[in-house]
Design a protein. Sequence first.
Length: 167
Amino acid sequence: MPFIVAFVFAYLIWLILTAGTKGLLWNTQELIAGLIFALIVGYATRDVVGDKSARFLNPLKWIEWIAYVPVLFWGMVKANLHVAYLAITGKIRPGIVRVPVDLENDAQYTILANSITLTPGTLTIDACPDEKALYVHWIDIPPGLERPENSEPVSGPFEKWARRLGR
């Protein structure tokens, strides 16, 4: 079941991203290429989807994901502006920080780690569920936040969303 859910999800994403690229809705080559890539992605991510794969078939989860897109986009916009400011001023204070998180499963860690990495200025280096932490390279560590007490300074609202989306 996890493979089938991951495959269907990957194929749907492929269809959404390639719709109308050749004037028609899809051509045969795009459908076949999508099928091949979805098979590969489905096989590679079947363990991430895990035993609770039916959660991805829940329409409410899809609505939650759609609601998350603007949150992620806004975080990326703010981070881009901050990195542009840092590039102009040259005032950076890079380093690797241990970010404590309160997550329950691999899907939540994956969502949070990818959300942090997608925002410019941060890069998730390692996820350590045993330690309940992520290790993140941060381009500009504010003074006093070398050891943050929670993920809010690094990830903003992303941890709350990762917890909700990865259930």
